[in-house]
Ligand binder design. Structure first.
Ligand SMILES: C=CC1=C(C)c2cc3[nH]c(cc4nc(cc5[nH]c(cc1n2)c(C)c5CCC(=O)O)C(CCC(=O)O)=C4C)c(C)c3C=C
Ligand code: FE2
Ligand code: FE2
Length: 334
């Protein structure tokens, strides 16, 4: 069948597609290899010409990293699969309940499955003539937000009948987001058996060059942390994690910060990851396992990792509000 003639039913329903990064299908080296091959071939993620990058990716990275990463995934894998996929699916299910009939809420991954192509097709087949794409990133980054939307538009480029499309903007400084983080952090702190000397907000890093070229991600992370600090009435220190490759990444680096803080008198620490809408490898393994160990090895006495908003009631209320604002004027078919 000509892809332009993909069957579409029109009922004037509204679709919402939550889009997250992607994750391997299993915590095994072959599955991680497939996932990383797709992820790290995205020119929004690695901004190096393919002629220079692909030999490095295929020759070195895809032959060494999958085994190491598969081990790390194994440490955080759950009975429901990858935490990233599990929490993203739960968010979609709970939002579907919150919106009720008329709005179909689905979820997809930029890399791996369920694919954006499949889920957009399902929304169109389900009668959605209007679709809100909702990349699950509070802070805009071309390597995350833009590539999610790019993929959806690339899929629709092959359709004769396109739905009307809107996209969820970043919400890094939205009072509802800051309020949800504040509530979640205060709740977690109340349950600790120690009072942290400091709260460290760890955001995923990106190459410094991308910032110099105009990506607003860094500024939005800083704004989130400042607003959160004001809301909590205490210092929230920022660091950037998950450095990848040899280029200079945003600083200060989370791993170095965790190793240095005890020497600066911070012995009791709480770490939060406000840039991740759900817990994943980067939070559960890099922060809560490896980060904890390096802080304690450096002389820290107490460490707490505060979970992401995940599928908590607060996160559903937050997203319902953010999405409803973008859906304004799109009246569901009765
Ligand atoms: C939340 C924002 C994210 C930004 C910004 C981001 C940029 C970015 N990431 C890489 C390389 C890797 N990221 C990896 C995992 C990963 N990254 C994010 C989020 C952001 N990335 C998440 C949520 C995850 C976890 C996925 C999961 O399955 O749980 C990985 C793979 C992990 C590994 O093999 O160790 C890599 C590699 C780059 C180069 C980049 C900026 C340009
Ligand atoms: Fe990443
Ligand atoms: Fe990482």
């Amino acid at each position: 069948m000509n892809p332009l003639d993909y069957p579409v039913r029109h009922s004037g329903r509204i679709g919402v597609l939550l889009i997250n990064l992607g994750t391997p299908d299993a915590p095994t080296a072959p599955a991680v290899r497939r996932y990383l091959a797709e992820f790290l071939s995205d020119r929004r993620v690695v901004e190096v010409p393919p002629i220079a990058w692909q030999p490095i990716l295929r020759g070195i990275i895809l032959n060494t990293r999958p085994k190491k990463s598969a081990h790390a995934y194994g440490l955080v894998w759950t009975e429901h699969g990858s935490p990233l996929a599990h929490y993203t699916r739960r968010k979609a299910e709970k939002l579907a309940d919150a919106f009720g009939d008329g709005v179909i809420v689905d979820w997809a991954m930029r890399y791996g499955s369920p694919s954006i192509a499949d889920r957009l097709a399902a929304l169109q087949a389900g009668g959605c003539a209007r679709i809100l794409l909702a990349p699950m990133y509070p802070q805009y980054c071309a390597a995350t937000t833009a590539t999610a939307n790019d993929k959806a538009f690339a899929v629709l480029a092959s359709r004769r009948v396109q739905p009307a499309i809107r996209t969820l903007p970043p919400y890094h400084d939205d009072p509802a987001y800051i309020g949800a983080l504040k509530g979640s952090i205060e709740g977690a702190l109340a349950g600790l058996d120690f009072a942290p000397d400091l709260i460290l907000a760890s955001f995923h890093g990106m190459p410094e060059r991308t910032r110099a070229l105009g990506d607003p991600y860094y500024d939005q992370c800083i704004a989130t942390a400042r607003l959160l600090g004001e809301a909590l009435g205490r210092e929230v220190r920022v660091a950037f994690q998950s450095r990848f490759g040899r280029a200079k990444w945003l600083e200060p680096a989370t791993d170095r910060t965790l190793a240095e803080l005890p020497g600066q008198g911070v012995r009791k620490l709480a770490v939060v990851a406000p840039g991740f809408s759900v817990d994943c490898l980067e939070t559960l393994e890099e922060l809560a396992i490896r980060g904890r160990q390096s802080f304690l090895d450096a002389g820290g006495s107490d460490f707490a990792y505060i979970p992401c908003l995940n599928d908590s009631d607060e996160s559903i209320a937050l997203l319902r509000g953010l999405l409803a604002r973008e859906l304004a004027g799109w009246v569901p078919a009765s």
